[in-house]
Design a binder for this molecule. Sequence first.
Ligand SMILES: [Fe+2]
Length: 280
Amino acid sequence: MHRRRFIKRTFWGTLGTGLSLGAYTWQIEPFWLEFVKRKMPIKNLPDGLIGKTLMQISDIHIGNRFDYGYIIDSFKKARQFKPDFVAYTGDYVSYENEKQFAQLEEVLKHTVRGKIGTVGILGNHDYGKGWADQPVADQIALQLENAGIRPLKNAQIDLAGLHVTGLDDYWALNFAPGKAMAHHDKTKANLVLCHNPDVCDLHVWGGYKGWILSGHTHGGQCKPPFLAPPLLPVKNKKYASGEIDLQDGRMLYINRAVGHFWQVRFNVRPEITIFELQQA
Ligand SMILES: [Fe+2]
Protein backbone atom coordinates (compact mmCIF):
# COMPACT_ATOMS: atom_id res chain seq x y z
CA MET A 1 0.00 0.00 0.00
CA HIS A 2 2.78 2.37 1.06
CA ARG A 3 4.76 1.62 -2.07
CA ARG A 4 1.78 2.30 -4.31
CA ARG A 5 1.09 5.62 -2.59
CA PHE A 6 4.76 6.57 -2.92
CA ILE A 7 4.76 5.83 -6.69
CA LYS A 8 1.54 7.81 -7.12
CA ARG A 9 2.93 10.80 -5.24
CA THR A 10 6.22 10.68 -7.14
CA PHE A 11 4.35 10.53 -10.44
CA TRP A 12 2.15 13.54 -9.68
CA GLY A 13 5.08 15.42 -8.15
CA THR A 14 7.24 14.87 -11.23
CA LEU A 15 4.40 15.78 -13.56
CA GLY A 16 3.69 18.95 -11.56
CA THR A 17 7.36 20.00 -11.63
CA GLY A 18 7.56 19.25 -15.36
CA LEU A 19 4.47 21.30 -16.10
CA SER A 20 5.59 24.29 -14.03
CA LEU A 21 9.06 24.16 -15.60
CA GLY A 22 7.43 24.02 -19.03
CA ALA A 23 5.19 26.99 -18.20
CA TYR A 24 8.19 28.90 -16.88
CA THR A 25 10.37 28.30 -19.96
CA TRP A 26 7.48 29.09 -22.32
CA GLN A 27 5.51 31.85 -20.62
CA ILE A 28 7.78 33.55 -18.08
CA GLU A 29 11.49 33.61 -18.91
CA PRO A 30 11.12 34.59 -22.63
CA PHE A 31 9.49 37.85 -21.43
CA TRP A 32 11.56 38.46 -18.27
CA LEU A 33 13.79 41.23 -19.58
CA GLU A 34 17.03 42.14 -17.82
CA PHE A 35 18.82 45.47 -18.23
CA VAL A 36 22.52 44.56 -17.99
CA LYS A 37 24.94 47.36 -17.06
CA ARG A 38 28.57 47.25 -18.15
CA LYS A 39 31.57 49.56 -18.45
CA MET A 40 33.02 50.12 -21.90
CA PRO A 41 36.59 51.47 -21.87
CA ILE A 42 37.44 52.97 -25.28
CA LYS A 43 40.79 54.26 -26.47
CA ASN A 44 40.92 57.92 -27.59
CA LEU A 45 37.47 58.61 -26.19
CA PRO A 46 36.90 62.39 -26.21
CA ASP A 47 36.56 63.90 -22.70
CA GLY A 48 33.04 65.00 -23.53
CA LEU A 49 31.89 61.40 -23.98
CA ILE A 50 33.16 60.07 -20.65
CA GLY A 51 30.23 58.72 -18.65
CA LYS A 52 27.83 58.77 -21.60
CA THR A 53 25.66 55.68 -22.05
CA LEU A 54 25.35 53.42 -25.06
CA MET A 55 22.41 51.04 -25.15
CA GLN A 56 22.60 47.86 -27.22
CA ILE A 57 19.32 46.34 -28.41
CA SER A 58 19.50 43.15 -30.44
CA ASP A 59 17.33 40.55 -32.17
CA ILE A 60 13.80 41.87 -31.58
CA HIS A 61 12.44 39.30 -34.11
CA ILE A 62 9.08 40.92 -34.88
CA GLY A 63 6.68 38.51 -36.55
CA ASN A 64 4.08 35.88 -35.82
CA ARG A 65 6.10 33.79 -33.42
CA PHE A 66 5.27 35.70 -30.23
CA ASP A 67 3.29 38.68 -29.02
CA TYR A 68 5.46 41.63 -29.96
CA GLY A 69 3.54 43.82 -27.50
CA TYR A 70 6.34 42.56 -25.25
CA ILE A 71 8.92 44.31 -27.45
CA ILE A 72 6.90 47.55 -27.36
CA ASP A 73 6.78 47.32 -23.55
CA SER A 74 10.53 46.63 -23.48
CA PHE A 75 11.14 49.73 -25.64
CA LYS A 76 9.02 51.81 -23.26
CA LYS A 77 11.11 50.61 -20.31
CA ALA A 78 14.35 51.20 -22.25
CA ARG A 79 13.38 54.79 -23.10
CA GLN A 80 13.25 55.62 -19.40
CA PHE A 81 17.04 55.18 -19.24
CA LYS A 82 17.42 58.09 -21.73
CA PRO A 83 20.54 56.63 -23.39
CA ASP A 84 23.01 58.90 -25.19
CA PHE A 85 23.62 56.37 -27.97
CA VAL A 86 21.57 53.40 -29.11
CA ALA A 87 22.97 50.61 -31.28
CA TYR A 88 20.71 47.94 -32.77
CA THR A 89 22.57 44.79 -33.76
CA GLY A 90 20.20 43.15 -36.25
CA ASP A 91 17.36 40.63 -36.69
CA TYR A 92 14.46 43.10 -36.53
CA VAL A 93 12.06 40.50 -37.93
CA SER A 94 11.37 36.78 -38.15
CA TYR A 95 10.45 37.13 -41.80
CA GLU A 96 7.67 35.04 -43.32
CA ASN A 97 5.91 37.50 -45.65
CA GLU A 98 5.15 41.19 -46.17
CA LYS A 99 3.01 41.30 -43.02
CA GLN A 100 6.23 41.72 -41.04
CA PHE A 101 6.74 45.18 -42.56
CA ALA A 102 3.48 46.44 -41.05
CA GLN A 103 4.22 44.73 -37.73
CA LEU A 104 7.70 46.26 -37.61
CA GLU A 105 6.23 49.67 -38.47
CA GLU A 106 3.96 49.41 -35.43
CA VAL A 107 6.85 48.52 -33.14
CA LEU A 108 9.13 51.20 -34.57
CA LYS A 109 6.63 53.87 -33.48
CA HIS A 110 8.13 53.20 -30.05
CA THR A 111 11.78 53.18 -31.19
CA VAL A 112 14.37 53.84 -28.51
CA ARG A 113 16.66 56.60 -29.76
CA GLY A 114 19.86 58.00 -28.32
CA LYS A 115 20.23 61.68 -27.42
CA ILE A 116 23.42 61.85 -29.50
CA GLY A 117 22.90 59.13 -32.09
CA THR A 118 21.08 55.94 -33.08
CA VAL A 119 22.54 53.37 -35.45
CA GLY A 120 21.76 49.84 -36.59
CA ILE A 121 23.01 46.94 -38.67
CA LEU A 122 21.08 44.18 -40.40
CA GLY A 123 21.06 40.53 -39.32
CA ASN A 124 20.51 37.39 -41.38
CA HIS A 125 16.74 37.32 -40.67
CA ASP A 126 16.43 40.83 -42.17
CA TYR A 127 17.32 39.30 -45.53
CA GLY A 128 14.18 37.14 -45.68
CA LYS A 129 14.09 33.59 -47.00
CA GLY A 130 17.47 31.90 -47.33
CA TRP A 131 19.01 35.21 -46.09
CA ALA A 132 19.02 36.22 -49.74
CA ASP A 133 16.12 38.57 -50.44
CA GLN A 134 17.57 42.01 -51.14
CA PRO A 135 14.20 43.82 -51.49
CA VAL A 136 13.25 42.61 -47.97
CA ALA A 137 16.53 43.96 -46.55
CA ASP A 138 16.05 47.25 -48.41
CA GLN A 139 12.55 47.67 -47.03
CA ILE A 140 13.69 46.99 -43.46
CA ALA A 141 16.62 49.41 -43.81
CA LEU A 142 14.20 52.06 -45.11
CA GLN A 143 11.85 51.53 -42.16
CA LEU A 144 14.77 51.83 -39.75
CA GLU A 145 15.87 55.07 -41.38
CA ASN A 146 12.34 56.49 -41.19
CA ALA A 147 12.28 55.61 -37.49
CA GLY A 148 15.50 57.55 -36.85
CA ILE A 149 17.85 54.55 -36.80
CA ARG A 150 20.74 55.11 -39.17
CA PRO A 151 21.45 51.79 -40.95
CA LEU A 152 25.19 51.15 -41.32
CA LYS A 153 25.80 48.89 -44.30
CA ASN A 154 29.54 48.31 -44.31
CA ALA A 155 29.83 51.96 -43.37
CA GLN A 156 31.07 54.23 -40.63
CA ILE A 157 29.57 57.23 -38.88
CA ASP A 158 31.08 59.81 -36.54
CA LEU A 159 28.72 60.48 -33.63
CA ALA A 160 30.18 63.40 -31.67
CA GLY A 161 33.63 61.77 -31.74
CA LEU A 162 32.55 58.12 -31.42
CA HIS A 163 33.29 56.38 -34.73
CA VAL A 164 30.86 53.53 -35.19
CA THR A 165 31.41 51.02 -37.99
CA GLY A 166 28.58 48.69 -38.97
CA LEU A 167 29.28 45.42 -40.79
CA ASP A 168 26.63 43.87 -42.98
CA ASP A 169 25.60 40.30 -42.11
CA TYR A 170 28.01 37.40 -42.53
CA TRP A 171 25.45 34.92 -43.88
CA ALA A 172 23.57 37.35 -46.13
CA LEU A 173 24.22 39.04 -49.48
CA ASN A 174 26.41 42.04 -48.69
CA PHE A 175 29.12 40.88 -46.32
CA ALA A 176 32.11 43.11 -47.11
CA PRO A 177 34.08 43.69 -43.92
CA GLY A 178 37.14 44.91 -45.85
CA LYS A 179 35.07 47.76 -47.24
CA ALA A 180 33.62 48.48 -43.81
CA MET A 181 36.96 48.52 -41.99
CA ALA A 182 38.82 50.44 -44.70
CA HIS A 183 38.04 53.82 -43.15
CA HIS A 184 38.84 52.82 -39.61
CA ASP A 185 41.32 55.23 -38.04
CA LYS A 186 43.27 53.92 -35.04
CA THR A 187 43.71 57.41 -33.61
CA LYS A 188 39.95 57.82 -33.11
CA ALA A 189 37.49 56.34 -30.60
CA ASN A 190 36.08 53.30 -32.42
CA LEU A 191 33.30 50.78 -32.00
CA VAL A 192 32.21 48.02 -34.40
CA LEU A 193 28.73 46.47 -34.75
CA CYS A 194 28.70 42.96 -36.18
CA HIS A 195 25.59 40.76 -35.96
CA ASN A 196 27.29 37.34 -36.09
CA PRO A 197 30.20 36.87 -33.64
CA ASP A 198 31.82 34.18 -35.85
CA VAL A 199 33.16 37.08 -37.93
CA CYS A 200 35.62 37.73 -35.09
CA ASP A 201 37.57 34.64 -36.21
CA LEU A 202 37.99 35.81 -39.82
CA HIS A 203 41.04 37.71 -41.04
CA VAL A 204 39.14 40.84 -41.88
CA TRP A 205 39.88 43.18 -39.00
CA GLY A 206 42.90 45.06 -40.32
CA GLY A 207 44.54 45.40 -36.90
CA TYR A 208 41.39 46.77 -35.27
CA LYS A 209 41.62 47.08 -31.49
CA GLY A 210 38.48 47.88 -29.57
CA TRP A 211 34.94 46.73 -28.88
CA ILE A 212 32.73 44.63 -31.14
CA LEU A 213 29.02 44.38 -30.32
CA SER A 214 27.20 41.29 -31.56
CA GLY A 215 23.88 39.50 -31.19
CA HIS A 216 22.63 36.55 -33.26
CA THR A 217 23.06 33.74 -30.69
CA HIS A 218 20.29 34.84 -28.26
CA GLY A 219 22.66 33.30 -25.70
CA GLY A 220 21.48 29.89 -26.93
CA GLN A 221 18.06 30.61 -25.29
CA CYS A 222 18.38 27.55 -23.00
CA LYS A 223 21.36 26.74 -20.84
CA PRO A 224 21.77 23.96 -18.28
CA PRO A 225 23.39 25.29 -15.08
CA PHE A 226 27.22 25.15 -15.21
CA LEU A 227 27.22 23.92 -18.83
CA ALA A 228 27.40 25.62 -22.20
CA PRO A 229 24.13 26.16 -24.10
CA PRO A 230 23.66 23.15 -26.42
CA LEU A 231 22.13 25.04 -29.35
CA LEU A 232 24.18 27.90 -30.75
CA PRO A 233 24.01 29.10 -34.37
CA VAL A 234 27.76 29.76 -34.48
CA LYS A 235 30.80 27.78 -35.48
CA ASN A 236 32.86 28.93 -32.51
CA LYS A 237 30.92 27.59 -29.51
CA LYS A 238 32.78 29.94 -27.18
CA TYR A 239 30.63 32.71 -28.65
CA ALA A 240 27.48 32.24 -26.55
CA SER A 241 26.89 35.48 -24.65
CA GLY A 242 28.47 38.23 -22.59
CA GLU A 243 31.92 39.77 -22.60
CA ILE A 244 34.79 37.88 -24.26
CA ASP A 245 38.37 39.13 -24.37
CA LEU A 246 39.70 38.08 -27.79
CA GLN A 247 43.26 38.54 -26.46
CA ASP A 248 44.43 40.73 -29.32
CA GLY A 249 43.14 44.09 -28.24
CA ARG A 250 39.56 43.32 -29.29
CA MET A 251 36.73 42.91 -26.78
CA LEU A 252 33.58 41.15 -27.92
CA TYR A 253 30.18 41.60 -26.32
CA ILE A 254 27.38 39.22 -27.31
CA ASN A 255 23.93 40.39 -26.29
CA ARG A 256 21.39 37.66 -25.34
CA ALA A 257 18.63 39.35 -27.41
CA VAL A 258 15.35 40.96 -26.35
CA GLY A 259 13.20 38.77 -28.59
CA HIS A 260 13.45 35.16 -29.57
CA PHE A 261 12.99 32.86 -32.51
CA TRP A 262 11.42 29.95 -30.57
CA GLN A 263 9.35 30.95 -27.56
CA VAL A 264 11.44 29.15 -25.00
CA ARG A 265 14.17 30.33 -22.64
CA PHE A 266 15.78 28.72 -19.65
CA ASN A 267 18.58 30.28 -17.61
CA VAL A 268 19.17 32.82 -20.45
CA ARG A 269 16.97 35.84 -19.77
CA PRO A 270 16.37 38.37 -22.56
CA GLU A 271 18.67 41.36 -22.34
CA ILE A 272 19.14 45.01 -23.18
CA THR A 273 22.66 46.20 -22.39
CA ILE A 274 23.61 49.64 -21.14
CA PHE A 275 27.30 50.45 -21.47
CA GLU A 276 28.92 53.38 -19.72
CA LEU A 277 31.70 54.86 -21.84
CA GLN A 278 35.09 55.34 -20.25
CA GLN A 279 38.58 56.20 -21.45
CA ALA A 280 40.80 53.12 -21.83
FE1 LIG B 1 18.38 36.47 -34.08
